[in-house]
Design a protein around this ligand. Structure first.
Ligand code: FE
Length: 222
């Protein structure tokens, strides 16, 4: 059974770009539903997977669309929460240098990010990636598609392009949402850690492991 990870900040920490109300719906309803359905499908199949990553890869291989969509959305949302912070920082060090060389600086990255996200048709995700054997790039994926299925890159940050991510706060103006998001919310420390890990320094982010009956007992025993 996978647990719904808690947000790494308070529900109102990302205001005004992302309101308390949006985060309650987005995390407590949308994300929770993906986790719940993933668990139900695994239970029905009698599966006890080691990790959410293995569920996604196997569901993709076996063509189990429903399981893939729910498990990948659970993963993407957990990664998305980590991709944001309330600190309003700028990228520094090696990551800043990589942004300079790929986009000519943070403002160039912002322009490309807003263009990519606003131009993406329908639901999905916009990712800042490190291309293996290359530099930084922006990519968008459709619906539940995630970066685990793309072995030629490592994700550094993601922003949710589904309407539920911005409709309450920005209505239909995805472009305004992306612009405000980029100025205030990217977790550059997280992106820098992913960037270093992709080059063998440190560990890449992984989804929290499933909660087993045994670890549940340990937790409740305190
Ligand atoms: Fe979402």
């Amino acid at each position: 059974m996978f647990a719904l990870p808690e947000l790494p900040y308070a529900y109102d920490a990302l205001e005004p770009v992302m309101s308390d109300r949006t985060l309650h719906f987005h995390h407590d309803k949308h994300h929770a539903a993906y986790v719940k359905t993933t668990n139900e499908l695994l239970q029905k199949a009698g599966a006890s997977p080691r990790s959410l990553e293995s569920v996604i890869l196997e569901a993709s291989k076996s063509g189990d669309k429903k399981l893939f969509n729910n498990a990948a959305q659970a993963w993407n949302h957990s990664f998305f929460w980590e991709s944001m912070s309330a600190r309003r920082e700028q990228p520094t060090g090696e990551l800043a240098a990589a942004i300079d060389s790929a986009f000519g600086g943070v403002s160039g990255l912002k322009k490309a990010f807003v263009e990519e996200g606003a131009g993406h048709f329908g639901s999905g995700w916009v990712w800042l990636t490190l291309e293996h054997g290359g530099g930084l790039e922006l990519r968008s994926t459709h619906d539940a598609d995630d970066t685990l299925m793309h072995e030629d890159m490592t994700p550094l940050l993601v922003c949710d392009l589904w309407e539920h991510a911005y409709y309450l706060d920005h209505q239909n103006d995805r472009k305004a949402f992306l612009s405000a998001w980029f100025d205030a919310l990217p977790n550059w420390r997280f992106a820098a850690a992913q960037h270093a890990a992709a080059q063998g320094r440190g560990r890449l982010w992984r989804h929290p492991d499933p909660v087993t009956a045994e670890s549940e007992k340990l937790v409740s025993a305190g």
